[in-house]
Design a protein around this ligand. Structure first.
Ligand code: SF4
Length: 52
């Protein structure tokens, strides 16, 4: 479990209580390649919707 990953994405299968991530590891990507210039350019690729 990723103890220190706080996350508010409550419809992700890895989310617990709308507060934290329970995935063993997470993979974060940048929308603009290998660098990012703001938080908005980063995404969690480990996200999986609950209803999928
Ligand atoms: S996998 Fe990503 S989106 Fe899902 S709970 Fe963890 S950090 Fe949040």
């Amino acid at each position: 479990m990723a103890l220190d990953v706080l996350c508010e994405v409550k419809n992700c299968v890895h989310n617990e209580g709308g507060e934290r991530c329970t995935a063993t590891s997470i993979f974060i990507i940048s929308e603009s390649g290998k660098t990012a210039s703001s938080q908005k350019e980063t995404d969690c690729k480990t996200f999986e919707p609950r209803d999928a």
